[in-house]
Design a protein around this ligand. Structure first.
Ligand code: CS2
Length: 494
């Protein structure tokens, strides 16, 4: 355990090299934002943009960070006066800087009532979320709320809320009761139409909770749900991340994160209670984030998932290692150029293949060690918007979806649980039990596995599952992967 004098915090700020110091001093900016989800992505993305926006343009936009689950990050930040560092990993070298965006932190499981009070505080006018896809408890295909027992209890009893939707709904009801003014709820997760999905979540949850018209109407009038596209590669922090931060800062930072240099944020400008001047800090404010979000989910995240599943099967530990597999780059380029680019209309002036090249260059950054298994997790929640929307839109236009079918086949082989060399692969997915049960009941053939998984309606919509051409393409690729392994399959494919 480090001595407190050796730890990042207000008391040690003066010891930091000048170039590492925060743009804002925590405690000096009044709070206007609550953020749910204190994971690495928030710390390296919205926190950095918000700190820069307030440093340039001012405003009462300090952020209180709420951890819905993890204790470790909240304890680390609490011991550091909510300070943490971000190390930027460029291929040519690293740079570390402390970020002063957070005005404080809370742990929702320890004090849910405090979080509900915060959400009802008139000073809070923006609530941002990075809680990962599964925390929304929405069917990935339809966006229907699939409330588990915990969420149902949050919505129908008085017990302190334990789930993210439960916290939000209780907070909004308390806000309505206090008539505490308008607020924007901003999903910064990689969900399709994330603003609309979050609005749908809140509306469905209010119905389940049998909320009377009065407060429900207040929420409908006073709460906006701007959509966003968020983008920065931020792998989970490792011992190396902490070592690098310590070397740069001269003190220990147990909440350090490391990220690529690139960062993009596209936000729909619908903030009834105001917002930080994010456009002064690199964000794009727009009427419609949809085209940007489709571009990013289908290209970057689609190619990421493709690389993760194929790479993990071939024994590659990181994305950069996977990209070194002979032929994989060509396969991914054809996926982007032939399938992704033909599936939707990109934002004006954007070439999808050129964007894809940029993405591949970012993935190849040797300074980033992004584990394939990290990206591979929660596939049932990710596959629809990353890959299956591409397939569905191509098929609706009467086109084949050959390369996207390879990604689906790679996911099927991944969830079957063994790498090409026979080593077991972990299945970390909220639908893991359903997936395992479906596969256990199926004949042990590629067609059997595809049939079993295509029957999961939370992942494959009925019309896609009934498409014989898609099924044949996925089965054909799965058969090739089964017989020859990833290396031989991709080496000759493109
Ligand atoms: C990744 C994303 O873990 C994953 O599934 O694809 O976290 C990705 O790194 C970010 O969306 C990049 O913006």
């Amino acid at each position: 355990m480090a001595l407190t004098t050796d730890r990042l915090g207000l008391a040690t700020l003066r010891r930091l090299p000048v170039e590492c110091r925060p743009l804002l001093r925590p405690g000096t900016v009044p709070t206007g934002i609550v953020h749910l989800g204190l994971g690495a992505f928030h710390r390296a993305h919205q926190a950095v943009h918000t700190e820069a926006a307030v440093a340039v343009a001012g405003g009462d936009w300090g952020t209180v960070g709420v951890a819905p689950r993890s204790t470790a990050v909240v304890d680390a930040l609490a011991a550091q006066d909510a300070l943490f560092s971000v190390t930027t990993l460029a291929p040519g070298g690293t740079a570390t800087r402390v970020v002063g965006a957070l005005a404080g932190v809370r742990h929702a499981p320890r004090d849910p009532a405090a979080v509900v009070r915060l959400l009802a505080d008139p000073a809070i006018r923006v609530v941002t979320l990075t809680v990962t896809e599964k925390a929304y408890q929405l069917d990935p295909v339809t966006g229907t709320l699939c409330a588990d027992a915990d969420l149902l209890a949050d919505l129908t009893t008085d017990r302190p809320p334990r789930t993210v939707p439960g916290l939000l709904v209780r907070g909004l009801l308390a806000r309505a009761a206090a008539d505490a003014g308008p607020v924007a709820l901003v999903s910064c997760d990689n969900l399709p139409a994330n603003g609309r999905r979050l609005r749908g979540l809140v509306t469905q949850a209010l119905t389940l909770a049998r909320v009377p018209d009065g407060p429900a109407g207040w929420i409908a009038r006073q709460v906006s749900f701007p959509g966003t596209m968020v983008d920065r590669i931020v792998p989970a922090a490792t011992a190396d991340t902490l070592d690098t931060a310590r070397r740069a800062l001269g003190v220990t930072d147990l909440a350090a994160v490391a990220a690529e240099p690139y960062s993009q944020w596209v936000v729909e400008d619908d903030f009834p209670g105001g917002r930080p001047a994010w456009e002064r800090a690199g964000a794009v404010l727009t009427d419609d984030a949809g085209p940007w979000e489709r571009l990013k989910l289908r290209t970057l995240n689609g190619v990421h998932s493709a690389t993760a599943y194929l790479g993990a099967l071939a024994g590659a530990e990181t994305v950069a290692e996977a990209l070194a597999l002979p032929g994989l780059g060509d396969v991914l380029r054809r996926l982007v150029a032939e399938d992704v680019a033909a599936s939707f209309t990109p934002p004006p002036g954007v070439s999808v293949p050129a964007y894809g090249e940029e993405v591949l260059a970012r993935f190849a950054n040797p300074a980033i060690r992004h584990r394939t298994l990290q990206i591979a997790m929660d596939g049932s929640q990710k596959l629809p918007q990353r890959v299956l929307h591409t397939v569905a839109d191509l098929r609706a236009a009467g086109r084949p979806a050959r390369w996207a079918a390879l990604v689906v086949a790679a996911w099927v082989r991944f969830v079957l649980g063994h790498a090409d060399d026979g080593r077991p692969l972990p299945l970390d997915d909220p639908l893991a039990d359903r997936i395992r049960a479906a596969l256990a009941a199926a004949p042990g053939t590629p067609a059997g596995a595809v049939d079993a998984l295509f029957a999961l309606r939370e992942v494959f919509p009925a019309d896609l599952a009934a498409d014989d051409e898609v099924r044949a393409d996925v089965t054909g690729w799965l058969d090739a992967l089964d017989r020859h392994g990833v290396r031989a399959t991709v080496a000759g494919a493109a």
